[in-house]
Design a protein around this ligand. Structure first.
Ligand code: ARG
Length: 460
């Protein structure tokens, strides 16, 4: 049997493989709500402009509402032969209300229809993701406030560099997440134009009102060029790009959780709710959720590069290639939402082991910079010379397997005679972090103020 939507010049139906490669209903059914909302807005406009009669549009609207409740309740029968969500809905509408259903598609094409549906879907996704990221920021800022003065090693090259506070480290991710949210806001702004009424590619001869449908669907305005309207998937690419950078951030944090919760580091403890055991090794508490956040980053990147590749080189306007925009997006979105939820859960759950972190913060001569700075401040040595003197003192401590504050004053004076006992005040890690009062620095007072400011901002 030929297709009843477009089968006028077709005598026979498609080959089974043709149907399999062509159908998108298995994944684009996720757009059902947006598809029905778009159709209702289009129908209302067709009535308002006198293109359709009020009676026809009342029947169409009522039928669309019935379909929405059928899909919602699970009683709707999706058909692969009907290819996609648009034709599934329209065919059911014809069953429900008869010939008036055939008038809904006046002045519209599936090309502008799918572009509209998908924009609406991605817009909702951006809003959800933004809210979830705000939740993550809240969890981070709460934990940062609680541990604004917990000293831990700050790393460069994953080598202990200088002591920082745990709160400061967590707030770094609040800043990264703020930029992720900024990208989401930007993407949403550019996305929010309505392609509905661009029709197949050239616009339509019917006196449609695109401002009206744009407004009804919450868009800021209609898109300005009908060819671009049906050919554009920037809104998907931008969202995937924003999600990719977000995933970079989450994967870095996930990796740190994996490292921190290892027995060798022992910086943080995750409860039973956020770890798994091993079927053979009873001692294990594995940070699976963090590992999977790290791994799911691959899906998000994959979707991004995949759709870039689909879109590159496509001539205007619509090509069926573009149907391949949805599956990877849905997959990446599902992954991204799980990733944010898992990170938020782990952040709230994790308890730092303050003593272990404090001890680690002092290891590896992490206050050597404080020593050098003191030589500059108290003795007026040029920094380069102070660096050299400090190097010799560190070497002395290392040779005898001691920490810097275990050295005797006389030993240090043998290297630089002007050194006084005041130097011991800067050799401990607590004093080190307390001294980092420059704006954005790790001093506990700074960290507390920043955490409080974030919590206030997030509440507002
Ligand atoms: N299922 C299609 C898609 O997702 C809808 C648009 C089809 N348009 C067409 N001219 N065949 O892109």
């Amino acid at each position: 049997m030929s297709n009843k939507m477009w089968g006028g010049r077709f005598a026979a139906g498609p080959d089974a493989v043709m149907e399999a490669i062509n159908a998108s209903i298995d994944f684009d059914r996720r757009l059902w709500m947006q598809d029905i909302a778009g159709s209702k807005a289009h129908a209302a406009m067709l009535a308002e402009t006198g293109i359709l009669t009020a009676e026809d549009v009342a029947a169409i609207t009522h039928g669309l509402d019935t379909i929405a409740s059928e899909i919602e309740s699970g009683s709707f029968n999706f058909s692969t032969a009907l290819e996609d969500i648009h034709m599934n809905v329209e065919a059911r509408l014809a069953e429900l209300i008869g010939p008036a259903a055939g008038r809904l598609h006046t002045g519209r094409s599936r090309n502008d229809q799918v572009a509209t549906d998908f924009r609406l879907y991605v817009r909702d996704a951006l809003d959800r993701l933004d809210a979830a990221l705000a939740g993550l920021q809240g969890a981070l800022a709460e934990k940062a406030l609680k541990h604004h003065d917990a000293v831990m090693p700050g790393f460069t090259h994953l080598q202990a560099a200088q002591p920082v506070t745990f709160g400061h480290h967590l707030l770094a991710y609040v800043e990264m997440t703020a930029r992720d949210r900024g990208r989401i806001t930007d993407a949403r702004k550019r996305l929010n134009e309505s392609p509905l009424g661009a029709a197949a590619l050239a616009g339509t001869s019917f006196p449609i009102d695109r401002e009206m449908t744009a407004k009804a669907l919450g868009f800021d305005r209609p898109t300005a060029n009908s060819l671009d309207s049906v050919a554009d998937r920037d809104f998907v690419l931008e969202t995937l790009s924003a999600m990719s950078i977000m995933a970079v951030h989450l994967s870095r944090f996930a990796e740190e959780i994996v490292i921190w919760s290892s027995a060798q580091f022992g910086f943080v403890h995750l409860s039973d709710a956020w770890t798994t055991g091993s079927s053979i090794m009873p001692q294990k508490r594995n940070p699976d959720a963090a590992e999977l956040v790290r791994a799911k980053t691959g899906r998000v990147f994959g979707a991004t590069i995949g759709l870039m590749t689909v879109m590159k080189g496509l001539p205007l306007a619509y090509s069926k290639d573009m149907q391949e925009d949805k599956e990877p997006f849905f997959d990446a979105l599902d992954a991204a939402e799980l990733m944010v939820a898992a990170m938020t859960g782990m952040v709230s759950d994790m308890e730092p082991n303050r003593e272990t972190m404090q001890a680690a913060a002092g290891a590896g001569y992490s206050t050597a910079t404080d020593l050098a700075d003191w030589l500059v401040r108290a003795l007026d040595l040029p920094f380069r010379e102070a660096h050299h003197v400090t190097g010799r003192i560190v070497d002395l401590a290392a040779q005898s397997g001691r920490d810097l504050d275990d050295l005797a004053l006389e030993e240090m004076q043998a290297i630089e005679p002007k050194i006084t006992a005041e130097i011991f005040a800067v050799l401990g890690v607590d004093n080190s972090v307390k001294s980092r009062v420059s704006y954005g620095g790790t001093a506990p007072a700074n960290v507390k103020a920043q955490a409080e400011a974030w919590l206030a901002r997030l509440k507002a």
